[in-house]
Design a binder for this molecule. Structure first.
Ligand code: URA
Length: 242
């Protein structure tokens, strides 16, 4: 692996919210221990790590080259999540689209640009000094569903264990569920977003707000919903950062 490739890999880990990378030490007669090193083992696609506490890196390692459900068949990259691993606010979307599947990062396509605008625009207007990089963003399923179809219940359940661990590891002050699939995965909700949005719910004692998915807001006939989504976001940002 060249230095450039190594740098790119480290930057990618940073994007995922992973600041420290570990490599397994196998020297001496002692049992193997994990020691922090500044660079990952270039031989291993996922660095070995066995911390007592769960962490994003441990979860990423456990996902590995996941083939637990049919979504692995057509995926290009697993989209784990990105942002601050100590974020006070986590956004949860549905699943990667084509751009995300290419880059391995969540919300980088058109819907992602709108989400960035929503976060940074609302924060700036409300005098809250945060950027997208200050929050954490992930999805219910980590692999792109073919043709961007809605994830199926078994896919959500299998991948949901990793979402659960991500949220428990970050322990944010609030979660914002983007759209009906995230609301269903986190709340078990059967009602639509229109009914759920705008009020506080709870996920394992963490305050949770449901709002419209940015992809929904991009459709020209849904422009009225934009105002409501901005109101929801205002509520979330003030609750988290005031
Ligand atoms: N839509 C999602 O739900 N997640 C993404 O990462 C991108 C688009």
């Amino acid at each position: 692996m060249t230095k450039d490739q190594l740098r790119q890999r480290l930057e990618f880990y940073q994007d995922l919210g992973i600041k420290t990378v570990y490599r397994r030490s196998t020297t001496s007669h002692q049992p193997p221990v994990t020691v922090p090193v500044p660079i990952p083992n270039p031989q291993s696609p996922i660095p070995a790590l066995e911390p007592a506490q769960d962490s994003l890196l441990k979860i990423l390692g456990d996902i590995g080259d996941c083939k637990r459900c049919r979504l692995h068949e057509a995926r290009n990259k697993i989209v784990f999540g990105s942002g601050n691993d100590q974020a006070r606010l986590v956004f949860v979307g549905e699943g990667p689209g084509a751009d995300e599947d290419q880059q391995g990062l969540p919300f980088v396509g058109r819907a992602g640009q709108l989400l960035t605008q929503m976060i940074e625009g609302t924060a700036a207007k409300e005098g809250i000094p945060i950027k997208r990089a200050d929050v954490y963003i992930c999805n219910v399923v980590k692999c792109r569903p073919p043709e961007n179809r809605t994830p199926q219940p078994d896919e959500m359940e299998i991948c949901g264990q990793f979402l659960y661990r991500q949220l428990q590891s970050i322990k944010p002050k609030a979660i914002c569920a983007l759209g009906g699939t995230a609301a269903k995965a986190l709340l078990g909700a059967t009602e639509g977003v229109t009914r759920l949005r705008g009020k506080w719910h709870s996920w394992h004692d963490i305050q949770l707000m449901v709002t419209f998915h940015p992809s929904y807001l991009l459709r020209p006939y849904n422009q009225n919903a934009k105002k409501e989504a901005w109101e929801d976001l205002k509520k979330v940002l003030h609750y988290v950062y005031d």
